[in-house]
Ligand binder design. Structure first.
Ligand code: PGA
Length: 256
């Protein structure tokens, strides 16, 4: 059975002060649970890079993992403003989001760049959380599957199917992110099953083990029905990850 994952994506939110409160609450409310009745649940927070040191010191020794929201595809060099995989590892990151739709849409990350970042993360030993998803216009034009296929295939081309071992795919329909519109459990399940089936054409065992999480307006009150779907292995949570009670309730929904 696949282990469920609930990952928070703080995006560009937080301050030293507010993070301290949130992290202390998460630790207090989640740590005991993750060790005991939710032993099979993995919880992760992906925070803005300047706060990695703070998160590392606040969460060290806890069962909550932390990671970044982006990474450079380059190892080092003259890339002003970029952050490398080894820098993330210096701060104890094990995971990194790759190809979030906000990076694809607002910062020009093409499938090609996303595939290079995925590979860089994987080669460094980080766990990439590869985000894929269609826009509203693409869904309405009936091309959801071909968009997802293109995004997945770009990574397959560079890293091969073996590159997907020990990684996570996040299906995040762009129209559901930060809009309050969640994909219905059935809509999300259909795309998750499609992703798994597409990868199973290359390696059935790997596809069966791969965790595919859903993102897009996941909240405490819709998490349980989403996580009950057979191919939904948890969630990537934006807005609701900034409110400890909401995030904890989402984690609880994933552990029941
Ligand atoms: P949301 O964001 O939960 O606020 O919709 C999800 C995401 O962008 O990862």
């Amino acid at each position: 059975m696949r282990q469920k994952l609930v990952a928070g994506n703080w995006k560009m939110h937080g301050s030293l002060q507010s993070n301290q409160v949130l992290l202390a609450q998460l630790r207090e409310k989640l740590d005991a649970k993750l060790g005991a009745q939710c032993a099979r649940l993995e919880v992760l927070v992906c925070v803005p890079a300047p706060y990695l040191a703070q998160v590392q010191s606040s969460l060290s020794g806890s069962s909550i993992a932390w990671g970044a929201q982006n990474v450079s595809q380059h190892k080092s060099g003259a890339y002003t403003g970029e952050i490398s995989t080894s820098m993330l590892q210096d701060f104890g990151c094990r995971h990194v989001l790759i190809g979030h739709s906000e990076r694809r849409g607002m910062y020009g990350e093409t499938d090609f760049v996303v595939a290079a970042k995925f590979k860089a993360a994987k080669v460094a030993g980080l766990i990439p959380v590869l985000c894929v998803g269609e826009t509203l216009q693409e869904r309405e034009s009936g091309v959801t599957e071909s968009v997802i296929a293109r995004q997945i295939d770009a990574v397959l081309e560079v890293s091969g199917i073996d590159g997907f071992w020990q990684t996570v795919v996040a299906y995040e329909p762009v129209w559901a992110i930060g809009t309050g519109k969640t994909a219905s459990p059935g809509q999300a399940q259909a795309v998750h099953a499609y992703i798994r089936q597409r990868l199973s054409q290359h390696h059935a065992g790997l596809a069966e083990e791969l965790r595919i999480v859903y993102g897009g307006s996941v909240k405490a009150d819709n998490a349980a029905e989403l996580f009950a779907m057979p191919d939904i292995d948890g969630g990537l949570v934006g807005g609701a990850s900034l409110v400890s009670a909401e995030f904890v309730a989402i984690c609880e929904a994933a552990c029941s």
